[in-house]
Design a protein around this ligand. Structure first.
Ligand SMILES: [Ca+2]
Length: 95
């Protein structure tokens, strides 16, 4: 019985994933949008977004702006995501 309880606790933690202030994410279902990656909201993914990511690099927590994959850690996976959107521009931002 004790093992079943522990299994349920572990499964609920895995299914819950990291809960950020923006949305509830599970590690396996996150598909970041360009809006998520445009940290400063300027409409383009550029060095300003990278500077914000650099300030959070290696940190853990729930409210990290650069934690795009929702694993509560800012690291290489998040860097790969921002690289995918590098220099892309959003339409109708600031217009
Ligand atoms: Ca992350």
């Amino acid at each position: 019985m004790k093992n079943v309880v522990w299994l349920l606790v572990v499964m609920s933690l895995v299914l819950t994933g990291c809960q950020t202030g923006r949305k509830v994410k599970t590690v396996s279902t996150i598909v970041p949008t360009m809006q998520d990656v445009d940290i400063d909201g300027s409409g383009i993914i550029d060095v300003n977004d990278m500077n914000i990511m650099a300030s959070e690099w290696g940190k853990t927590g729930k409210d990290l702006k650069s934690d795009f994959d929702g694993d509560c850690f800012v690291g290489l996976k998040d860097l790969a995501i921002i690289a995918d959107f590098w220099l892309e521009e959003r339409e109708n931002v600031g217009k």
